[in-house]
Design a protein around this ligand. Structure first.
Ligand SMILES: C[S@@+](CC[C@H](N)C(=O)[O-])C[C@H]1O[C@@H](n2cnc3c(N)ncnc32)[C@H](O)[C@@H]1O
Length: 269
């Protein structure tokens, strides 16, 4: 059910996920806190970029963070240990075959994972079975169609489209953010609420210019250069012009906007 992870697992991608998390902590996590002794499953924890914030914000909750990538889990373990957090256990496992009985968790947290799955509905149904009655699921996904910027630029849009097309060819969906609500409702969750979280970046926010416009979004698009060219999705000059145009939005008169979608649902059944 899992598909090829379009962003890869190398060190650069690991740094990108860290930069992404640093820039977005407040925007994405300020309203997520779990009560003492709550048992929380983080499905697809990757290199632990979100795990650290979750565990820090809810120091008395107990987190089980799972991923099927051994190197990512090793990095996540190191980061959590370096942060001095003792409320996280890690487990190598496939989201679709988790070794837990039904009703095992008070809460489930899933961030930037559904976009990489061929069958996100199946994943949500599987995770729902692990939730106790009235337990909640939190899902955060981006949507690359939500990117707009100044100066606008056709090549930049082409480069972004290459990423979306490659992700689709690999079985994923880079435009999944807009589907968080219907996916949660379709999986049978109740009281579903989705809030869009827009990252707005101009040069009065130099930290975000660096960490989001450049090191998160543009780095992600740039990361598929080779594959996009190999697949004939864009000629090299056009792709490179698109990347330059995305970096151009990080200059003094540039503006970059992107929206994440955070959904919360309850296991009412
Ligand atoms: C984009 S990363 C996000 C990681 C983390 N949630 C974050 O926000 O930084 C997606 C992660 O999902 C993991 N993943 C994808 N499919 C999976 C599956 N079927 N079972 C377990 N992990 C999976 C990948 O290995 C990868 O680490």
């Amino acid at each position: 059910m899992a598909v090829t992870y379009v962003h890869g697992y190398d060190e650069r991608e690991s740094d990108r996920l860290q930069d992404q998390a640093g820039a977005l902590v407040t925007l994405l996590h300020s309203d997520t806190a779990y009560p003492p002794n709550a048992r929380v499953l983080e499905a697809g924890c990757g290199v632990g970029a979100q795990t650290i914030t979750l565990a820090r914000n809810s120091p008395h909750a107990r987190f089980i963070a799972v991923d099927h990538s051994v190197p990512s889990l090793a990095a996540a373990r190191r980061r959590v240990a370096d942060a001095g957090l003792a409320n996280v256990e890690f487990l190598q496992a496939d989201i679709f075959h988790l070794p837990f009985p039904p009703n095992s968790f008070d809460h489930v947290f899933v961030c930037f994972v559904l976009e990489h799955l061929a069958d996100p509905s199946h994943a949500l149904l599987t995770l729902k079975r692990l939730l106790k009655p009235n337990g909640t699921i939190t899902v955060i996904e981006g949507d690359h169609g939500s990117a707009y910027f100044h100066p606008d630029n056709d090549e930049a849009r082409t480069a972004i489209r290459c990423l979306v097309d490659l992700q689709r060819a690999a079985g994923g969906n880079g435009l999944i953010g807009r589907q968080v609500y219907p996916l949660l409702v379709g999986a049978g969750f109740s009281d579903v609420t989705v809030s869009p979280r827009m990252v707005y970046v101009d040069s009065s926010k130099p930290d975000l210019v660096e960490s989001f416009t450049k090191k998160t979004f543009t780095a992600m698009v740039e990361g598929v250069r080779q594959a996009a060219i190999a697949e004939g999705l864009a000629p090299p000059e056009k792709f490179d012009a698109g990347i330059s145009a995305l970096y151009r939005t990080a200059e003094a008169d540039g503006v970059f906007c992107y929206t994440f979608f955070k959904g919360v649902g309850r296991n009412g059944a």
